[in-house]
Design a protein around this ligand. Structure first.
Ligand code: FAD
Length: 391
């Protein structure tokens, strides 16, 4: 039993890769509710809580966290298998920033007291997080954010507006950046906080997107109190913590999961349209498959670095760029191959099946914006990786 109350079922990394894959696959196939497979929209927590609470009880909720913190401690190859099997079986994701980002951040930057207090409720899915970085005037230029946090006794008082906050209305907590200083570089005036969204002064308003869904939100913070021990890292050192979160976000978005799901849809649409053996099509899909293979190889390299406890550098931008732009090229080809159905929203009848033709497009387009847009990733690669001179 670990200090986090989770009994590691066994050392997963001691299993062979294929043995591990078979085990995970059969669990998913036996237990994941059929009606939740491949949802064409993001599911609410209340629609999938039974599944994730089961994963939590089983000790499978945090596959990448170290075992001593209650995770499965999977090595990169095993983690990839786990994610691939989730993706293959069409398992919906919940808003799991707590698992994907805050857990790893607290393990790296949190105090032992914060780790003991904050990690267990994340593992039990009682506390689920959204990301409060972007503001109306601060997206790509994140360091220009205007939300302020002012010390007041043992607390901080936060004022400002966050925007594009995914699923804020369906989670319990937000991690956010706020300005706590006024001297020096803009980046050196920012701190990183964890906020309970039930606090007085928080107002959440939904935003409708191009697919007609309401996943994005504006979050208004009006004299909201945050206890001092919900500051992560030192005062005015939030930029370092924030960059680390972005690294986790970029490696996650950079996993082959998204483009692999796109390839599956592409094959389905091409099959339904009788194009599976068309040489022009097979040439195109072969090129895209190779791109996904390259992505997988690079992803494994970055995942290995994380496993060794290394900080991800600016080159992780390459991964995010490659994954999302490959996904976008696949999504564009889906539309082309679908013919007249390529312009229809919702599930369209193709070859006797109902197919959500535009679902990849709806996911691919925003993936080149969130977590830092493609243009911003190219700037990072040019300046910080290739050291090219500024124009
Ligand atoms: C689906 C979705 C979900 C999101 N979820 C969240 C979330 O949960 N939490 C959160 O905090 N944010 C979230 N975001 C916000 C996202 O991080 C921002 O949209 C993104 O950082 C871009 O910022 P912006 O929208 O202000 O665009 P801007 O920064 O205004 O950029 C507009 C355009 O200008 C380009 N541009 C900007 N600066 C440069 C530059 N220096 N060089 C070249 N081109 C440049 C951009 O690439 C873009 O094309 C989400 C966004 C989307 C689309």
């Amino acid at each position: 039993m670990t200090s986090y109350g989770v009994a590691p079922e066994q050392d997963w990394n001691a299993l062979g890769n294929e043995e591990f894959r078979t085990l995970v696959r059969s669990d998913f196939e036996q237990h994941y509710p059929a009606h939740l497979r491949y949802p064409s929209r993001r599911l609410l927590w209340s629609e999938q809580d039974d599944w994730y609470l089961r994963m939590a009880r089983k000790g499978w909720i945090a596959p990448s966290w170290p075992v001593e913190f209650g995770g499965m401690g999977l090595a990169p190859a095993k983690l990839l298998i786990f994610l691939e099997e989730q993706e293959r079986w069409g398992i919906a994701r919940f808003q799991d920033h707590g698992i994907r980002m805050i857990g790893p951040v607290l393990i790296r930057y949190g105090t032992p007291a914060q780790q003991r207090r904050l990690l267990p409720p994340i593992l039990r899915c009682e506390q689920r997080y959204c990301q409060g970085y972007s503001e109306p005037e601060a997206g790509s230029d994140l360091a220009g954010l205007r939300t302020t946090a002012t010390p007041d006794g043992a607390d901080w008082v936060v004022d400002g507006t966050k925007i594009w906050t995914t699923m804020a209305y369906d989670v319990t907590h937000m991690f956010l950046l706020a300005r706590t200083g006024s001297a020096g570089a803009k980046q050196a005036q920012i701190s990183f906080f964890l906020l309970d969204l039930a606090m007085p002064g928080v107002t959440i308003r939904k935003i409708r997107d191009m697919a007609g869904e309401e996943e994005l939100c504006e979050v208004f913070l009006d004299r909201v109190r945050i206890p001092g021990d919900n500051l992560v890292g030192a005062v005015n050192q939030g930029w370092t913590v924030a960059k680390s979160v972005l690294g986790f976000e970029r490696i996650h978005v950079g996993s082959p999961a998204l483009p692999t799901s796109g390839l599956r849809l592409l094959e389905q649409v091409a099959g339904a349209r009788g194009l599976a053996d068309d040489t022009a099509f097979t040439d195109q899909i072969a090129g895209l498959r190779l791109d996904v293979e390259h992505l997988t190889a690079v992803y494994e390299e970055f995942a290995l670095r994380l496993e060794r406890g290394e900080e991800l550098g600016p080159d992780v931008s390459m991964l995010k760029l490659w994954a999302t732009e490959t996904f976008q090229r696949i999504a564009d080809l889906v539309i082309e191959v679908a013919g007249p159905a390529g312009g229809c929203a919702g599930a369209v009848e193709l070859g006797g099946e109902l197919v959500p033709v535009l679902s990849a497009y709806y996911r691919a387009k925003p993936s080149t914006i969130y977590g830092g847009s493609s243009e911003v990733q190219r700037n990072i690669i040019a300046k910080q990786v290739l050291k090219l001179p500024s124009a």
